[in-house]
Design a binder for this molecule. Structure first.
Ligand code: ADP
Length: 270
């Protein structure tokens, strides 16, 4: 692909997204991409999965098409549909079809949220057929050699009703993500939140404490994303305690008792 066509592609990432590697994930992803193996990113929300895919798309010089899956997402939303235009019906490719044709990375974020009929579409693309069937057009497309399917999945949210079937999960190489080690996370928060290293470390210390009280009823601990939000608020002049309450405590739970516990954790740090 020429540099010129890459720069014109709206799905090409032009500047390198900052990503701090936390343990061999870059090499593994590169190997999976060379071998055309689909990749599953597992881990809690806000711990760097999306940023990682963006970084890898930039590194591998591949366009990236991201779909945030939700409970009303049907296979046709991924594949495409006929639309009426000036009294004519025209076919419009969906994001997955576009990625399959152009050789992009297709990132299906929170795949378990999507309707079950999407798995029918994904399966032939994630085994050695590497093909996409567009029933409405009677067309079967062979995936471009650079096409790569990446899905993300948060095991913490899953229930009996919403889980990935073995027949789906056993088509992917899995990379497990978690919140980075404290020093790494502080570096990320300082860089992304544009805040001094000491304040970043205080936020990370607070996050570790919050993550430790998960067994008291929190569904999930404070994410790296929320720590960056707190840093952003502090950078805009909000006091540490107020910023932590707004960005770290209140979004996590509506339970008054838990809020009190979280506020006590902040008080210990100020
Ligand atoms: P997820 O997709 O897991 O929900 P994101 O990738 O959106 O989470 O991560 C949230 C934010 O945290 C990112 O926008 C980025 O600012 C930051 N982040 C998390 N992990 C890293 C990392 N390893 N390197 C750089 N930034 C990171």
């Amino acid at each position: 692909m020429s540099t010129n066509s890459e720069s014109k592609n709206p799905y090409t990432i032009q500047t390198e997204p900052f990503y701090l590697a936390t343990g061999g994930e870059i090499e593994l992803f590169e190997a999976a991409s060379t071998a055309c193996l689909p990749v599953m990113l597992k881990g809690p929300t806000g711990c760097g999965k999306t940023r990682f895919v963006e970084h890898m798309a930039y590194r591998l010089k591949r366009p990236l098409i991201t779909v945030a899956c939700h409970e009303d997402l049907f296979a046709s939303d991924l594949i495409g549909r006929y639309l009426l235009k000036d009294d004519e019906t025209v076919w419009v490719d969906g994001p997955l079809t576009r990625a399959v044709r152009m050789g992009a990375i297709c990132y299906l974020d929170e795949i378990v949220e999507a309707r079950k009929d999407t798995t029918v579409v994904i399966h032939p693309l994630t085994d050695n057929r590497r093909s996409l069937s567009i029933d409405k057009k009677g067309e079967v497309i062979r995936a471009h050699p650079d096409f790569l399917m990446v899905i993300s999945y948060n095991p913490g949210y899953q229930s009996v009703l919403k889980d990935l079937k073995q027949s789906t999960r056993q088509r992917f190489v899995a990379l497990t993500f978690d919140y980075p080690q404290p020093e790494d996370e502080a570096r990320i928060v300082a860089t992304e939140g544009q805040i001094d290293p000491d304040t970043a470390m205080r936020l990370v210390t607070l996050a570790s404490k919050i993550r430790n009280i998960r067994e008291q009823g929190l569904t999930e601990g404070a994410s790296t994303r929320l720590l960056i939000y707190a840093a952003n608020l502090i950078g805009s002049g909000i006091a540490f305690k107020r910023a932590c309450t707004a960005a770290l405590c209140q979004p996590l739970t509506d339970d008054d008792r838990l809020q009190e516990t979280l506020n006590d954790l902040i008080d210990d740090l100020v």
